[in-house]
Design a protein around this ligand. Structure first.
Ligand SMILES: Cc1cc2nc3c(=O)[nH]c(=O)nc-3n(C[C@H](O)[C@H](O)[C@H](O)COP(=O)(O)O)c2cc1C
Length: 154
């Protein structure tokens, strides 16, 4: 079975919760799924070309602590990610104004600079509007798998 990695950046567990809730959807679509709570650039190599990022924002538009080493490696190593296709779920809170989903947006730019291709739009989940992030993430992932034709042919 092809492998799909969900790379998580979280402070309080919301983004991890999203990863755990959407994992069965990818399994149903035919993937072996790994959730990476301490993501590394190497995770992208083992993922068969498709990865999902679930990343919240902390501070003033900053990456969560567990995600900082991944971003540092991405900047220092500038790996060539031309083979990577990814989805991005950003968690944030619009009451933070300009830094809303700042980490997810910055990650998207970094991945694009490394040559990776985002599949579909970025999902931004606003804690001001959505109390449980999975309520927004689960239907979005169902639609994402469908629209991007990610189902593994059996
Ligand atoms: C100290 C702190 C700083 C935050 N800073 C931002 C921010 O700059 N931009 C934003 O969109 N959300 C910000 N948030 C909101 C979180 O991103 C949001 O609550 C998210 O759902 C948390 O996800 P997590 O449980 O995965 O950490 C902040 C939350 C806290 C507690």
């Amino acid at each position: 079975m092809p492998m799909l990695t969900i790379l998580v950046g979280t402070m309080y567990g919301g983004a991890l919760d999203v990863a755990e809730q959407v994992k069965p959807l990818f399994e149903k679509a035919g993937y072996t799924v790994a959730i990476s709570e301490q993501p590394t650039v190497d995770d992208l190599a083992v993922s068969d070309g498709v990865a999902l990022f679930c990343v919240s924002t902390t501070g003033s538009g900053d990456f969560p602590g567990n995600f900082v080493p991944f971003v540092r490696s991405l900047k220092e190593q500038s790996p060539s990610l031309g083979e990577l296709r990814y989805g991005l779920i950003a968690l944030g809170d619009s009451s933070y104004g300009d830094t809303f989903c700042g980490a997810g947006r910055a990650l998207d730019e970094l991945l694009a600079e490394s040559g990776a291709t985002r599949l579909g739009d970025r999902l931004e989940i606003d804690a001001m509007e959505t109390f449980m992030a999975d309520d927004a993430a689960v239907p979005w992932v169902e639609e994402w798998i469908e629209s991007q034709q990610l189902m593994v042919a059996s």
